[in-house]
Design a protein around this ligand. Structure first.
Ligand SMILES: [Fe+2]
Ligand SMILES: [Fe+2]
Ligand SMILES: [Fe+2]
Length: 442
């Protein structure tokens, strides 16, 4: 047993959705609204509690595979969202390895397949996928700057025109019934929507313990890292280095597993940062650099609501703090930075220096050793932690390489699978020009 308390999966997913919706003000709360709308239509149709719950999780994560602003732009247009399959396939591939998400990932895979196209395309989209598509399109039709109750007739009429072609007629009928209720619409735009959503599904939420939490954290590491080809294996490397280092320092087996979770999640705040900035091909502006730095703050905020994750959260979210007090986002000092965070910080720098980045090639081992010593002399990294790292350099590096090679195989499989889907193809990989080094690590 390594978690003193289990972690609620629904709470975790809600928190991730909040971060993703922070990327672009145009999609503020989009994932939560779609989850709620899909859930309510399913209830109206008498769907099982399990289906209602799956739709909430799928709604909260449905656009997690959006990798470009071009694709996001198209998804915001009501009639331009067909042929946007890349993010559906990406979402499916990112989520389907987690056993709790096997049903949810299939719902997401077909969530832009129109009702009439299900057969023509050679597969039958699950009813839940059609419903998620309907909920997504309803939300896109809402003008966020106008009073919601003034818009009901227009939205219902527009959706009705798609009945039998875009949408399942039974689902459109259920939506039309639901649309009579002011409560439904007021919930959709309510600032307390999150509480309503969670209260509706609390009884069906899964608790994550031990290996499930580790698997979920690894899945999240791929979602975080695969958005940028230069950091595609970074969190896997940090998690492995941190856990090996913690073991050498004398952490218990339980603590080593917790620090591995913290390593997987240390950059989870990057989900709130647009991929265009993470992957920018050229110099970062000072504003973009500040935006990237804010990821450590969002790591804290994403993990903050999760009961039982307090220690993991602190270890993960303080990885850019420095012992001399000049780190971020809290300007913490040696007085308040716990040993777990010092281990993650050293693992982060070590792993980053051995990776090729847009602004430099991977450093040679001797240069990494010198850099680590320099960072302890400048009172940035913990001396005891770095001494342990240097004394076991080759062993730890072998573990790092093994973990990152495995993650690289998964990343290439992922890219190969999505590059042929949809119209929003990624840019061909090109070498970046070298630019000023913006930070010590990721
Ligand atoms: Fe979508
Ligand atoms: Fe969407
Ligand atoms: Fe970071």
């Amino acid at each position: 047993m390594f978690t003193p308390r289990s972690i609620n999966l629904l709470d975790f997913v809600v928190s991730i959705a909040s971060a993703v919706d922070h990327i672009d003000s145009r999609i503020a709360n989009h994932h939560k609204r779609v989850a709620y709308i899909a859930n309510q239509i399913a209830r109206e149709m008498g769907a099982s509690q399990k289906t209602q719950y799956d739709l909430v999780i799928a709604g909260l994560l449905h656009d997690i595979g959006v990798l470009s602003i071009h694709e996001r732009d198209r998804l915001l247009a009501y009639d331009d969202a067909a042929d946007t399959n890349q993010h559906c396939e990406a979402g499916y591939l990112l989520l389907n390895k987690f056993r709790n998400f096997s049903g949810v990932s299939t719902i997401i895979r077909y969530h832009h397949t129109e009702y009439a196209d299900s057969d023509r395309l050679g597969h039958v989209a699950p009813m839940e996928s059609n419903l998620l598509f309907l909920a997504d399109r309803i939300d896109v039709l809402i003008d966020k700057n106008q009073p919601i109750l003034e818009q009901v007739d227009r939205i219902v009429a527009t959706i009705a025109r798609g009945s039998g072609s875009k949408f399942d007629p039974d689902q459109v009928d259920a939506f039309s019934e639901l649309a009579w209720k002011e409560r439904f619409w007021l919930d959709v735009v309510s600032p307390t929507l999150e509480q309503v959503l969670v209260a509706n599904c609390r009884n069906y939420s899964v608790e994550l313990e031990n290996d499930d939490l580790l698997d979920f954290a690894e899945l999240l590491a791929h979602i975080i890292d695969f958005r940028c080809r230069f950091t595609a294996t970074h969190s896997s490397g940090v998690a492995t280095v941190a856990s090996v280092l913690a073991n050498l320092i004398g952490f218990s087996e339980t603590e080593c597993q917790k620090i591995k979770v913290a390593g997987y999640l240390h950059d989870i705040g990057k989900l709130a940062i647009p991929a265009e900035i993470l992957e920018k091909n050229g110099n970062l502006t000072s504003s973009e650099f500040r935006t990237i730095k804010s990821h450590a703050y969002y790591t804290y905020r994403i993990l903050e609501p999760l009961q039982g994750m307090e220690e993991i959260r602190n270890w993960a979210a303080m990885h850019h703090e420095r012992l001399d007090g000049n780190g971020y986002p809290g300007r913490c000092t040696a007085l308040t930075i716990p040993l777990g965070a010092r281990i993650i910080a050293a693992a982060d720098v070590f792993t980053a220096l051995l990776e090729t980045r847009p602004y430099r090639f991977a450093l040679h081992k001797d240069a990494v050793r010198e850099k680590l010593v320099e960072l302890t002399q400048r009172n940035i990294l913990d001396r005891k932690v770095v001494d342990t790292l240097l004394a076991n350099f080759d062993t730890i590096d072998a573990y790092r390489m093994q973990a990152q090679e495995e993650a690289q195989r998964e990343y290439l499989q992922f890219r190969n699978s999505i590059d042929g889907t949809g119209s929003a193809k990624p840019q061909a990989a090109q070498p970046y020009p070298f630019v000023a080094v913006p930070a010590l690590s990721s």
